[in-house]
Design a protein around this ligand. Structure first.
Ligand SMILES: C[S@@+](CC[C@H](N)C(=O)[O-])C[C@H]1O[C@@H](n2cnc3c(N)ncnc32)[C@H](O)[C@@H]1O
Length: 466
């Protein structure tokens, strides 16, 4: 909710989508961060509200955020606001006329939209609300089909669908600047994607991850658990070069059983490169290869602007790494013969996350970001459980609930220093990683009672692309 403030500098109003609430603030902060702009909300800022008033920005800043934001519906230059229509009127009449006039003169065309949150308005009521704005000095002609300028009256009826007030709690009026990128959720839906798997990340969350990672044009982005490459698709759409690894030969080579209904085997050309081709970003494809994330193959240097990944939790797929529980003696010349096939062993969740953080500390460029999902058993969760690393600062921690007892958290970290010799071992003495040491205990808890049902539903949704 906004309060009246000095009219000397412009205020912008963001209208946010009312889902993935936790992810919105880190997204907008990160996108402003790409332009070195602060997040400076007006007084009485309420993170849960779908309307945020922001200060200290230019129209260009707002446009660039909207060109990337998946959490935002639209942005407006705020001309007036209030608890009632009468307060709105006073506020609008106080708005400097020189700021209004370029958009209201005789030669201009315009239209006014009405947007209500948590209440559906009848057509007749919408018209009445538009007519009630007749005190605004519009001189141009109305054009409903191709107006030069679009204005919007936005009414906020609170967030409780069981308690919708008769009158709005707050009202805003502004000039429309730009829409966010909500349409990417449909146009990149995994339902219509060429190559998918059981755990393909949905399009909206993939773009949100790319935004939290501050991925930008010409960055090099890496996904060590790449699967079908959903995160690479999102990052390449924002202009980054992308690469990845996965332990699964069939996934990397697009072979084996299909995850689609009514299709037994994957067809030719069902692979990550083809996914990028589908969306016109094949030129950003660097490569993917079969490799075990527990034994990285990269030279010892910082290489990546961002590392974005959805590691296996052992819920829908097993967490394996190469190696054997038996003591295999290395041949005397240090090499294995060509016929050697590495066996696999359990990859404990605690090792997955400590390897990932260590890898990121070594292979992110300074200031680069790691964005990854951490599975959580909610009854036992506390913020202290989030794995830490001396070289990585936690930027955000957003929850996506999966069932009453389970969720996953999207963790964003930023590299703040180069690793020193002992930095990689600090987690070993850190009791915070203990929930993930007991890999099987975590699995058992996850699958207990109703979670069993919801995780199955969850798995089905992923395949159906929901
Ligand atoms: C949750 S899925 C990633 C899904 C991916 N984001 C997508 O959109 O398709 C995790 C992936 O990690 C891979 N994986 C499991 N253990 C691994 C390991 N030790 N090293 C590399 N990849 C591994 C699995 O084969 C699986 O494809």
């Amino acid at each position: 909710m906004a309060t009246s403030s000095s009219r000397s500098c412009l205020q912008y109003l963001l209208h946010l989508a009312h889902d993935n609430l936790d992810f919105r603030l880190p997204e907008i902060r990160s996108l402003l961060g790409l332009r070195a702009k602060p997040f400076h909300p007006s007084e009485n800022f309420n993170e849960q509200s779908p309307f945020w008033c922001l200060n200290s920005l230019s129209e260009e800043d707002v446009r660039s955020v909207m060109a990337r934001s998946v959490c935002s519906k639209s942005a407006f230059e705020l001309w007036g606001h209030g608890h009632t229509h009468s307060e709105l009127r006073t506020s609008l009449l106080n708005y400097p006329s020189e700021k209004m006039s370029p958009y209201m003169h005789k030669e201009s065309t315009y239209k006014i939209d009405i947007c209500s949150f948590n209440k559906t308005l009848l057509f007749a009521d919408r018209i009445k609300k538009i007519d009630a704005l007749e005190y605004l000095p519009f001189e141009g002609a109305v054009s409903l089909t191709s107006p030069q300028h679009t204005f919007c009256l936005l009414e906020d009826y609170g967030t409780d669908p069981n308690n919708i007030p008769e009158h709005p709690n707050y009202i805003y009026f502004g000039r429309w600047i730009a829409d966010g990128q909500r349409e990417l959720i449909q146009s990149f839906s995994v339902k219509n994607r060429h190559f998918i798997g059981n755990t393909s990340m949905n399009a909206g969350l993939s773009f949100i991850m790319a935004n939290h990672a501050k991925v930008k044009e010409n960055d090099l982005v890496f996904d060590p658990f790449v699967g079908t490459g959903s995160l690479l698709v999102a990052c390449s759409h924002f202009g980054a070069y992308v690469c990845g690894t996965d332990i699964d030969y069939n996934t990397i080579h697009g072979k084996g059983r299909s995850s689609r209904k009514n299709q037994k085997w994957r067809g030719p050309d069902e692979n990550i490169r083809a996914n990028l081709r589908q969306y016109g970003t094949e030129k950003m494809y660097v490569d993917v290869m079969v490799s075990d994330a527990s034994k990285p193959v990269w030279r010892n240097a910082a290489l990546f602007d961002a590392i974005i990944t959805d590691p296996p939790y052992g819920i829908r797929e097993s967490t394996r790494k190469t190696g054997s529980n038996k003591d295999i003696t290395k041949p005397p010349d240090g090499t294995y013969t060509e016929s050697h096939v590495p066996v696999s062993q359990v990859y404990h969740l605690s090792d997955i996350f400590s390897d990932l953080l260590n890898f990121s500390a070594h292979h992110l460029l300074m200031g680069g970001r790691l964005v990854y999902w951490l599975p959580v058993y909610r009854p036992e969760y506390s913020d202290e459980m989030i794995p830490g690393h001396p070289c990585l600062r936690q930027i955000s921690n957003c929850e996506q609930a999966l069932s009453s007892h389970t969720s996953r958290r999207l963790i964003t970290m930023e590299k703040i220093k180069e690793p020193e010799e002992l930095d990689g071992f600090t987690h070993l003495s850190d009791p915070r990683s203990s929930p993930y040491q007991g890999h099987n205990t975590f699995r058992e808890k996850y699958f207990s009672g109703q979670n069993k049902r919801s995780s199955k539903e969850d798995a089905r949704s992923a395949v159906d692309g929901k």
